[in-house]
Write a protein that binds this ligand. Sequence first.
Ligand SMILES: [Cu+2]
Length: 145
Amino acid sequence: MKTLFAKTAFAALLLGAACVAQAADVPRTPSPAGAEVYIISPKDGATVNGTFKVQFGLKGMGVAPAGVDVPETGHHHLLIDVKDQPDMSAPLPTTDNIRHFGKGQTETELNLTPGQHTLQLLVGDKNHVPLNPVVESQKITITVK
Ligand SMILES: [Cu+2]
């Protein structure tokens, strides 16, 4: 009985280690040469109403929903007021500040508090992992009325 317990515990330990290794080794999708993401609107420095539309632009690659394996595609992530870059070697978390557009959307409507905010787009692959090299837009600053 004691031996069985020890074996089970050992197996559980191995399984745990395997999961950790997998999380750290998510393969990154190479980005197509010349791929570029940018915010069509609003423009950098713009003043907008509390509710406003953000339009996403992408050149040199296509948009596909998350989970769909099509070469040279990805989906948009909008980083709102994100100061430190997220971990680029892991799936992006979903938070109020990191929004996923996993259905392949190319625009969204935001509602932000009055004041200054930053917006940045970051393309992720089918597993929400940023491409390599990273395809991200310029970070723009806007003022909400
Ligand atoms: Cu995503």
